[in-house]
Design a protein around this ligand. Structure first.
Ligand SMILES: [Zn+2]
Length: 318
């Protein structure tokens, strides 16, 4: 951490103040801190013992500290910023609190889903917005993990999206128009924002701003029927469940042909999302309706939710 109380009880910030060796304590728990003056990472504090601190459950990694430092300087240029802001009601320290409202949380290591949910809920219950920015270990790979799903956000202009933070490359990365194919592989677009360039708050709000229509083109998998048959043969629970649902409607997915699986690329499946409280049912409906209305093809053009919605509102008027 960078913020602490010195021996006289004054707040000090290791990113701003010249620090000497003396007794420092944790703002939250009052526990003793060690001042670490490293060569690689800039000076920071670490608990001598984390046993009695209910705010910090581990000392932060160099990646976490580096990202926090970069965000702090970036945000400070245009906003009121509190570094490591303790919120007693929820026993939490916001890595960076912007304009007293938006909490930025750099998350570099996996955490229990339950804890993420409690923390996110805690912020919202007090009227804060929280944005989780994911470090290396949590970056999206080929498929979405359950934990990653809980970091997804949603906007009409960009669909499902997630924020990643890349300390090595010094960029904030937006992955958007997130979709999954029938093999559960992810498809998305990527935008990168170099640290310190532009207004951080504008960038973080950009998914909600008016913009040109984002698109993504993905090929359909011609061997998908074979793949699904195989999954059923090996009793993959996901596909067994899909088959059970089909049976209830008097169908059998083993009989489906390639065209029956169109569109193969779909929005992230319905779930009890953690960061999203919008009702997405119109989006899911309009998404499928759009592709059913259009000739099937060996590729699929994907659009943001606003596009499908506009398409159907226009056609309703006619
Ligand atoms: Zn503490």
């Amino acid at each position: 951490m960078f913020v602490a109380r010195d021996a006289k009880g004054h707040l000090v910030n290791a990113l701003e103040d010249e620090l000497n060796r003396q007794t420092y304590t944790c703002l939250a728990c009052g526990g003793g801190l060690r001042l670490r003056k490293g060569k690689v990472v800039r000076s920071h504090f670490a608990h001598k013992s984390l046993k009695d601190c209910s705010y910090y459950f581990e000392n932060e990694s160099p990646e976490h500290l580096g990202n926090k430092e970069a965000l702090y300087h970036w945000a400070k240029k245009d906003s009121t910023v509190a570094l490591e802001f303790p919120i007693a009601e929820i026993q939490q320290i916001a890595d960076i609190l912007v304009n007293e409202k938006l909490a930025l949380e750099v998350q570099c290591s996996p955490l229990p889903q339950k804890m993420l949910r409690a923390r996110s809920q805690g912020y919202r219950s007090l009227g804060y917005q929280v944005l989780w920015l994911l470090g290396t270990k949590l970056w999206l790979k080929d498929r979405l993990t359950n934990l990653q799903r809980d970091f997804l956000y949603f906007s009409q202009n960009l669909g499902f999206y997630v924020w990643e933070i890349d300390q090595k490359k010094q960029v904030l990365r937006l992955k958007y128009l997130l979709h999954q194919d029938l093999r559960a592989r992810l498809h998305y677009q990527v935008k990168e924002f170099p640290f310190g360039k532009g207004k951080l708050l504008d960038i973080l709000r950009s998914p909600y701003q008016k913009q040109g229509i984002a698109t993504l083109t993905v090929k359909q998998d011609p061997s998908i029927c074979y793949y699904i048959r195989q999954q059923l043969y090996y009793q993959n629970p996901y596909w067994m469940n899909k088959q059970a649902q089909a049976y209830q409607q008097g169908q059998n997915i083993l009989n489906y042909e390639l065209k029956d699986w169109y569109p193969q690329i779909r929005p992230i499946e319905k779930a009890d999302f953690c960061q999203i409280d919008q009702n997405l049912s119109a989006y899911y409906k309009e998404f499928l309706a759009f592709y059913h209305k259009h000739p099937q093809n060996n590729k699929q053009n994907l659009y943001p939710p606003a596009f499908y919605h506009q398409y159907f509102s226009k056609n309703m008027v006619k």
